[in-house]
Each structure stands twice: as C-alpha cells, then as structure tokens.
Design a protein around this ligand. Structure first.
Ligand code: AP5
Ligand code: MG
Length: 193
C-alpha cells in the first residue's frame, strides 16, 4: 500500500493536484472537505453540525472528521493506497490516522507539502468564490480565518511528520502541470525504493 498526504494551506492546490495524482497512481482520494460538503448537501445531522464551523472558516471538531475517515478506510479495504487531502489538520487527527493505519498494517509514506504565499492563496480563493458556490470562499474575512486556523492548528501537523522525516516541501506556485511533475518526481522516488 502507498499512502500519502497532500498538505498545504487553503487554496494551495490540494484538490487540483489530488485529482491528477489519484488518476495516475490509482489511489483512493479522501478529502475531508469534500466528504463534509457531501454531508451538508444531503442535510445529514453530521453535515448540519459541520456547516456551522465551515461557514465561519473554522475547523470542524476532531471526532467528526476522524470518524468519517475511519468509515472511509473500512469502506475501501481493497484500495492499493490512499491520498489524504485536507486531513489530518490537527496533531490529534495525525495521531488518530497513524493508529488507524497501523491497525491495517500500513502507514504514511510521504507528506507532500505545497508552499504558496498568503497573497496568492487569498487571490485564488476569492477568484474561485465568484463561481464555486462555496460559502467559505466568498468573503476575505472567512478566507483569512481559514488561513489563521491553518497557522494555529494545522501547521504543527507538518512538524509532527517532520519528526519521522516524512515531509517534503514542493513549490506550489507556477503552472499546474509543473507542480504536478514535481509531486510525481517525489512519489516515483519513493515507489522505486
Ligand atoms: P477543504 O475543503 O479542505 O478546504 P481548504 O483546505 O480550505 O482548501 P481548498 O479546498 O479551498 O483548497 P485546495 O488546497 O484544495 O486548493 P484547490 O485545488 O481547490 O476544507 C473546507 C473546510 O472544511 C475547512 O475550513 C473546515 O471547516 C472543514 N474541514 C475539512 N477538513 C477538515 C479536517 N480534517 N478537520 C477539521 N475541519 C475540516 O485550488 C484553489 C483554487 O486555486 C482553485 O480555484 C484552483 O483552480 C486554483 N489553483 C490551483 N492550483 C493553481 C495554480 N498552480 N495556479 C493558479 N491557480 C491554481
Ligand atoms: Mg480542497
């Protein structure tokens, strides 16, 4: 099994690159943001609880997303590997993920972390907000709160994985094709090992 985390702040291109990576490497894409938006559109209790946090740009409580990931892992036992996008976002989530993978005799192979300047993140998200229908993309205040949550709670996750030498930083500005090639290079190196 080859499991990787695509890491980075809101708007860094995790979703864009994930789509291509799962296609090329035949991985199962697990995006907690997408899972949550699907719960919201189905008006489930979980979705309604999550919406209150998401609309403000705040993280949803750990137990909610850990539960969703645990269910998704169990539902995809035949997968040849997972690409985690937007998860884990706190140290508690990272520890829970390690445990869930350990129970399946597997682990995270690499954390690919996209680096994008704050100015570029805000530009991309405001621009997407014009058409995406995502409530959290519409106002700069909410976008800034998402970035603040990232600095407060999510960037420590990179330090967590750095302790086991798993983090590789990749420049996240430039053409989508070029960034994709850089990500593939890092993955190919590890597949060949
Ligand atoms: P989530 O859905 O994960 O959103 P996010 O992290 O805020 O990031 P985005 O999806 O907005 O950006 P992205 O990095 O995927 O970039 P994208 O490819 O779309 O989370 C949403 C909310 O759900 C959170 O705020 C939280 O409330 C909750 N949540 C989710 N997971 C959680 C968790 N684990 N714990 C707790 N709460 C959780 O690209 C962005 C834009 O840029 C697009 O328009 C794209 O076309 C464009 N773009 C991409 N690449 C480039 C490029 N190279 N050049 C120019 N433009 C580009
Ligand atoms: Mg995304």
């Amino acid at each position: 099994m080859f499991n990787l985390i695509l890491f980075g702040p809101p708007g860094s291109g995790k979703g864009t690159q994930s789509e291509r990576l799962v296609d090329k490497y035949r991985l199962k894409h697990l995006s907690t943001g997408e899972l949550l938006r699907s719960e919201i559109s189905q008006l489930t209790a979980l979705g309604l609880e999550a919406k209150n946090f998401m609309d403000k740009g705040q993280l949803v409580p750990d137990h909610v997303v850990i539960g969703m990931i645990s269910t998704a892992l169990d539902a995809n036992r035949e997968s040849s590997g997972f690409l985690f996008d937007g998860f884990p976002r706190t140290e508690v989530q990272a520890e829970a993920l390690d445990k869930l993978l350990q129970e399946k005799n597997t682990s995270i192979r690499v954390v690919l972390a996209l680096k994008v300047s704050e100015e570029e993140l805000i530009k991309r998200l405001l621009n997407r907000g014009l058409t995406s229908g995502r409530v959290d993309d519409v106002t700069e205040t909410v976008i800034r709160e998402r970035i603040a949550e990232y600095h407060r709670k999510t960037s420590p996750v990179a330090d967590y994985y750095d302790r086991s030498g798993k983090v590789v930083y990749v420049e996240g500005e430039g053409s989508v094709d070029h960034i994709f090639d850089q990500l593939c290079e890092e993955i190919d190196k590890r597949i060949a090992e």
